[in-house]
Design a protein around this ligand. Structure first.
Ligand code: FAD
Length: 333
């Protein structure tokens, strides 16, 4: 007998995982399909969520809404999977030069930054309401959890699996009311949504051994996380395109900062999917009524995916308007 679902989620990086948990919390039926590719962006991610980002030291887009329920979401997931994935950490940002110090002093005079800056001294600024999610653990434990509940299948989607009948998408043997694609940059290989304007931003991070223990995240061009005993997770590189440009730069920079020779354990590489305006892309296909997507999470998938998934669920289930800044329709003239 063919099993019926409310939703099929295709792709289980942070986007598909957030969608799955939101559906699970709402007691919807769903199945997740994922091809388990090695170089997904989620697999390489440091998992940092940080309210003040970029060279301009600006508040991250939509910070209040994004950060409001962020930690609660991951803590709720922890309760189900029974493993710690969320680590609240301050971020120490040593100054490059005096103008850096001046920039931060200006930020501190602006009320909007107050709750995010913990301390400013002569050497560094310490920011708060930040931390990291162990993304690989989050993805693997989520997969395990749903696999044992018959809600996950390893499956590689191809165009030939899809057909459209009466403006509705059909996916082979899966009888589902709705289909949500969360394929990251691999969305480009699937024909529907082929006009989606996303581009590749590749990057690497590394895992190294270290004896120095550190209870904060250190950010000085690169970010260094003491992710477990004797292990640092360090990154990242950014390259417009899909090539793997290597990780040597990260090691050199990290050894310089830590003043320590590092022993490499593992190199991780992934390709981010970035939208033109650096906002997520969320919504319904322009002429297939039951086909949706979450994409364009760029370099902020950890903070943007729970918000994007909630927005999409409210849109589908409760007819709520999507946030205009993430709505896929914003690119249509
Ligand atoms: C080096 C690096 C460091 C980063 N650091 C951070 C960070 O510190 N903080 C942060 O928030 N973000 C960070 N990011 C960005 C973050 O990784 C992305 O925003 C996020 O992972 C995107 O998630 P996604 O689910 O949209 O896509 P992906 O992670 O690419 O997931 C797509 C999923 O779809 C599956 N798939 C693909 N094709 C198919 C198919 N045909 N059929 C079925 N399944 C398929 C894949 O197996 C994969 O699981 C970093 C990225 C990189 C590369």
């Amino acid at each position: 007998m063919v099993k019926k679902y409310d939703y099929v989620i295709i792709g289980q990086g942070v986007a598909g995982s957030a969608m799955a948990w939101k559906l699970y919390f709402k007691k919807k039926s769903f199945i997740i399909l994922d091809s388990e590719i090695k170089n997904s962006a989620s697999n390489a991610a440091l998992g940092i969520y940080n309210p003040i980002t970029g060279r301009r030291k600006a508040l991250t887009w939509n910070v209040i809404k994004l950060f409001k329920n962020l930690e609660d979401f991951y803590k709720r997931v922890e309760d189900y999977i029974g493993t710690k994935i969320l680590f609240k950490k301050k971020i120490y940002r040593p100054f490059k030069d005096h103008s850096d110090f001046n920039d931060w002093s200006v930020r501190l005079s602006n009320k909007k930054f107050h709750s995010f800056i913990k301390e400013l001294n002569n050497d560094m600024v310490i920011t708060g309401k930040s931390g990291y999610v162990d993304v690989r653990k989050y993805i693997n434990e989520t997969r395990k959890y749903f696999k044992t509940r018959d809600r996950y299948i390893k499956y590689k989607l191809n165009d030939k699996d899809l057909s459209v009948v009466n403006n509705k998408i059909k996916l082979k043997e899966f009888d589902s009311k709705n289909v949500i694609m969360c394929l990251g940059i691999n969305q480009k290989k699937i024909k529907c949504f082929d006009d989606l304007e996303i581009k590749e931003v590749s990057g690497s991070s590394i895992l190294t051994e270290s004896n120095i223990s550190m209870n904060h995240i250190l950010n000085k061009k690169i970010s260094i996380i003491n992710s477990s005993k004797n292990t640092y997770h360090i990154g990242s590189t950014y390259h417009n395109g899909s090539e793997n440009t290597g990780y040597n730069k990260i090691i050199d920079q990290a050894e310089n900062i830590l003043n320590e020779k590092l022993k490499l354990k593992e190199v991780l590489f992934g390709i981010r999917s970035a939208s033109k305006d650096r906002r997520p892309i969320v919504g319904r296909h322009h002429n297939i009524s039951n086909l949706f997507l979450i994409n364009g999470l760029g370099s902020k998938g950890v903070s943007q995916s729970p918000y994007s998934a909630k927005q999409l669920l409210d849109y589908i289930e409760n007819n709520k308007e999507l946030d205009r800044e993430i709505n896929i329709k914003r690119f249509k003239t």
